[in-house]
Ligand binder design. Sequence first.
Ligand SMILES: Cc1cc2nc3c(=O)[nH]c(=O)nc-3n(C[C@H](O)[C@H](O)[C@H](O)COP(=O)(O)OP(=O)(O)OC[C@H]3O[C@@H](n4cnc5c(N)ncnc54)[C@H](O)[C@@H]3O)c2cc1C
Length: 509
Amino acid sequence: MTSPAGDRRDAKAIVILGGGTAGWIAACLIAHRWPNAHVTLAESPEIGIVGVGEGSTPQLRAFFETIGVDEAEWMPACDATYKLGIDFAGWSDRAGFERYFHPFPTALDSHTAGSFFYNTRARRTGRDVVAHPDRFLLPARLAADACAPQGDERFPFEVSYGYHFDAYKVGAFLAQHAVGKLGVTHLQRRVTRVDRRTDGGIAALLCDDGASITGDLFIDSSGFRSVLFEQTLGVRFVSYADSLFNDRAVVLPTPRDPSKPLPSQTRATALSAGWAWDIPLTSRTGNGYVYSSRHLTPQQAEAELRAHLGVGAAGTARHLNMRVGRVAESWSYNALAVGLAQGFLEPLEATALHLVIATVEAFLDAVDADGFTQAARVPFNARIAARYDGVRDYIVAHYRLNQRHADPHGYWAAARKVEPSDTLKRLMSAWFTGADLVAEIDRLDIARYYNAISWHCLFAGYGTFPDDARLVPPGPDIDRIDMDRIDDFLRRCALNFPPHQTCLPRPIT
Ligand SMILES: Cc1cc2nc3c(=O)[nH]c(=O)nc-3n(C[C@H](O)[C@H](O)[C@H](O)COP(=O)(O)OP(=O)(O)OC[C@H]3O[C@@H](n4cnc5c(N)ncnc54)[C@H](O)[C@@H]3O)c2cc1C
């Protein structure tokens, strides 16, 4: 099927449905890349936005750089903090592996990653060597000490980072930027009907006040409602529910204690039927419990979250439904799906906005290269689907490999029985047979989703090694990694990084 919009020159009028973070990110990227297009964003304040989603990957930094917004402009306006990665607590009860840190990459990884890979492989084959990820990677140490990701100017190694932020404030900031700086038209209307063209594409959005918004290209960022993709175009939804059980969340922010150091990490703590996030903002701490409704009622989940936070009955909790999976095609006819309208992977690795940015940029690249053609659409759709599936595999691995045996609801045992995808099976087989996991990741060509360090952190962080009683001292066939040297190297690197709260940008006055 050819795309009805012809070529890129025809896409003069672009209509975005939805003013959540996804809609505004799309508006900024499109208006920035195609300054001659007329971009209109329609949203219904009465429906509102989901308003969660407070952690990012380094992709958000690249996004702000692309649209020319400095950290000093947006971070203070959105209560934002820096994020070095995620601390996973309680996912394993193996001694010494009760927690581990999943970092973003750094320019220093090449100094220690080889030793990390080497030792984890030696330990997989039964040698008693140090193999916990936190002993090899600088961000784990920086996060443990609540350091900022920006080193001293004389320390010339970059540490990647993401952010934590208030989702409502980021949406409002981006709206202001899109309208004020990029000329996007903002309409506050509820869309009640969608008109189709004779070829099946979308012709116009009809609003509750009788207005009709016509366009050449439509972006569906209408959230879980997926008004254009699922409700109108009938694009199939590919569910991930078989491998990812969590379908609900309860959210309960708490005040921040200013006397404590400001963390530079998200914490993901395993609970009885899911996990709780802890996201430090400058103004408060974002907390929530993502869980499976097959194993817990909302009342049980809220009670467990409250007990975990130690807040008693204080504060009002919000309960949300979640649906995990993705649309089969992200570009259909003359429409592109982004954000929750496109799909959702539970927020364990905070990848949703990353996927929004990656989708919009890949779409713009495809159209700039090949126009609104089949030649652009087919590989684009395959690439985005593969990216979603690639991230899904990494998230599923957290559950499939869990080593948590305190399990009152049978949730963690059920998670260990989930059928892995072929890709995950191959990775697990490489790991557990003592094969070269780096080579397997290369063969599978999946490092663009999660690289070898991330996969090693997950497997090794859970302590998925032979039992301690079966470990033997390394023999002459094993190179001895000098852990004192690595400890000293990381300690001295870390001396270059100041406390997190001293590095937050000040508002521009
Ligand atoms: C529990 C939870 C935790 C999450 N944590 C993270 C995280 O840490 N990191 C991360 O990156 N992501 C996270 N996410 C995902 C993140 O919240 C979303 O990807 C992000 O907020 C974007 O949402 P959205 O813009 O797609 O949808 P929404 O915010 O729901 O916006 C939908 C928009 O569509 C409009 N709309 C819908 N129907 C109509 C209509 N008929 N007419 C007019 N307007 C309409 C609404 O008014 C609204 O403006 C999390 C999600 C959940 C559920």
